[in-house]
Every structure is written in C-alpha cells, then in structure tokens.
Design a protein around this ligand. Sequence first.
Ligand code: SF4
Length: 273
Amino acid sequence: MVQNQKVKVSDLTQYGICPRLVYFHAREPEHAELIRSGNERSMIERILLKELAFNLHKIREDLKKGEDPKEDAKSIIKDIADDVECIYKKELSEVAEDVLDDVKREFITRMTEDEEWSRKLLAGNELLELEEIHGYDREHTMVSEKLSLSGSVDKLINTDNEVIPCMIKTGKCPEYGVWRSDRVQLAAYALLIEEEFKTTVQRGFVEYIRTAKFRESPIRRKYRARVLQTLKHVKRIKNGAFPEKGVNAPCDNCAFVDRCDTKKTLLSVLFRK
Ligand code: SF4
C-alpha cells in the first residue's frame, strides 16, 4: 500500500536537480549533513547573503539618508555578519572560528566596496517598495494536508489585495526573468498560500541577492501542473522507488556518487542488465 508521504518544497527543488538526490536524502539525511559541512565556505557565504536580503530595507534607508551613507551601510553589513552566529546556531556549530571570521571579513569588504550593488539597491523597484510599505513575514511556514506538502517561503508579503511569495536566491541570476526551477518553486508556494489564505496567487518574486537583481514572475498554469506532477514522483521515490538519473545530474560534485553506482550495479544484477 502506498503511504501518504509528506513532501517539502525543497524536495521538489532537489528532484529538479536529480531525482536520485530525493531518494538518497530521504534515506541518509546524516550523509547529506556531512556533505553540507564539507562546503563550509560557500555555506557561510550563502547564509550571509541570505541575511543581507532580510536587511535590505535597513541598508536602503541608510543609503538614502545618511551623511556618510557608505559608512552607515557598512556598519549594518558588519552587524549582519555578527548576528549570523546566533541566528544560524545549528548550521554553523561545526564551523571553525577562523574560517567563519575569514569568510565574514571577505563578505564585509566585498559588499561594502561593491558600488554597483548599492546603486541598484538605491534605485529600488516594485518589490523593494512593496516590502517597505507592507513589510513581510520572514520564513513563513505552510502545511497542506490536502497535498501532503509543506514549505517555508523566505518572505511573504501580504498587501490588501494580494499575498505574494518572495524567494531569496544566492546563486547566479539568469539574463532574463527567473530560472525554470525557481518558477516551479514559486508555484509550489503559491499552492500552499492559496490553501492557507483562501486566495489566488498571481505572481511571485525572486531576489537574486548577489547581484541585487529583483525579478517578478507570474504563477502560470504550466508550473502549477508541474508541481502536482513532481509531487507524485517525489512521493513514489520516498516510498522506495529508485528513479532514473536527472538529465543534467551534477554527478561530478555529488557526495552520493559511490552509493549511486552501487545501487545501479545491484539493480543491474537483479534485472540482469
Ligand atoms: S551521483 Fe549523480 S545520479 Fe547519483 S544522486 Fe548524485 S547527481 Fe544524482
């Protein structure tokens, strides 16, 4: 009998990278933790960038009004770097102090010297204005019993007329619009919001924080359907089905590569392939 597996929005994202990652993460969460701690510097950098995105309104205010705006923004960026140890206690607990200090120093220097980044932030756009006017709920968690899906959206903006999901991304920004995987993720949050708030979500935003690019994306039918389809696949995998590799599976950098090959060999033997 198929169990009613609970799925997180992050499982859907993982499926998009490689379906087998869902399989291994579900069975070996400790190994996944180990992988994360192997990429300490990039993990710390992602955390710092994410916190930066949660403080854009403060930096923007100071850039707008300060007598020496650069110095004011610099002190906010330093505060962000100081606060991450408390906010991300669990994630940073195994990180050596000197590595953390080093990444923080680099981050403060880079962000305070990046004039292009400050200029884009100061120029503003609809998303920054919506955040300024309505504020946002940080890491709002939603659960749908109907879909057996849960997720925590980075920023949830609730205006009088609409509820808007907003995701913070620390990777590269596409030339136009948002990445396809981000559209699917936004659609998944839209389905959760619609159930909780009894509304229809028309659009979402992605903050590509590294380059201060803020992109709007409509929640299209096509991506809603993709979420439901992926959800079914993920549930099957969590129930034990071993999936095919993803088309662009990043095997070279995958810490499950040994397990993946072994599993494949075992299946090959079983099915005499
Ligand atoms: S080794 Fe490749 S196919 Fe296997 S889980 Fe990792 S990315 Fe996917």
